[in-house]
Write a protein that binds this ligand. Sequence first.
Ligand code: FMN
Length: 345
Amino acid sequence: MAAGPGVTPRPLETALTRHAGIDVPLLCGAMYPCSNPELVAAVSEAGALGIVQPISLTYVHGHEFRAGLRLIRQLTARPIGMNALIEQSSRTYRQRMERWVDVALEEGVRFFVTSLGNPRWVAERVHAAGGVVYHDVTELKWAEKGRDAGVDGLIAVNRAAGGHPGTRDAAALLEEVGGLGLPVVSAGGIGDEQAFAEALRQGHAGAQLGTRFIATEECRAAPAYKQAILDATEDDIVLSKRITGVPVAVIRTPYVERAGLEAGALARWMLRHRRTRHLMRTIYALRSIWQLKRASLAESGSHEYWQAGRSVGDIHAIESAGDIVRRFAAAASAERERGAVNSRP
Ligand SMILES: Cc1cc2nc3c(=O)[nH]c(=O)nc-3n(C[C@H](O)[C@H](O)[C@H](O)COP(=O)(O)O)c2cc1C
């Protein structure tokens, strides 16, 4: 793709930029509830790739799915991606996700990020339309499952990530999943341009960022949430099982301290037993969707879970998403000029 105005003049070409048709090997990862159309569009318009989170687009930001995609299209003509969180346990949810993937393909989306579950059905549909699928993984087992399902790339989610983090650090995870013949994108802990350049230097084909893009002008999260990201240090990030039953990275606030980090006794009991496990997971899914929506938009934060990863330590200002993409691209391009960045992983 030719570099347009405001886009880095020397595209940092990697497998990711070729697959996604973008200039800067950087994804603004899907974020429930923080992915709003304006944020997704701003990242793509600057030459990177904004990823749509369908539940965030529809339930939090109030757009009918196809209309939401068209709204983004009005803001940028550049490529965008979509996140397909593959939750196996509910047939209704699976059918809705299939519909969303089909609508996204009809609307011209050709880059998909899958998380959890088996991405085979997504890969089949997307490949039939000429698109690509990158799969979020936290260890070799899931990477092999993704490869066997036919995905085109991996997103290695490390222990520093926001959302549901992995357990490995970035270099160890690249070492573990890097031998499968698929490009590997680093997710987690990247808050500034040095960390982005470092991820490319390690041999990643790009980076997926979440937390950095919450503290932007375009993100619709409440000002108090953005300020909490600016104020937090890496040590303020804790893993709470109280929201979804599995660890979610959140900022330690007085509320989080009072609530504790473990799932409640009843929830733990229900998750242990086969007959009640499914019901408890459904309760968690529905409750967390409501709870996190409220949290991202509420002003006080006194009863909220604010999700963020350890990259908070490197985030010191609310900026426009485009400025972030351009600054990151400039730093990585400068390194590449000096010959330090792996230009074609
Ligand atoms: C608030 C928040 C919500 C997220 N929601 C999702 C999601 O719905 N689906 C998903 O695949 N990843 C989700 N993630 C993970 C991000 O897409 C990305 O992989 C991660 O944020 C990278 O780590 P970083 O926050 O340190 O940059 C979320 C992350 C955050 C911070």
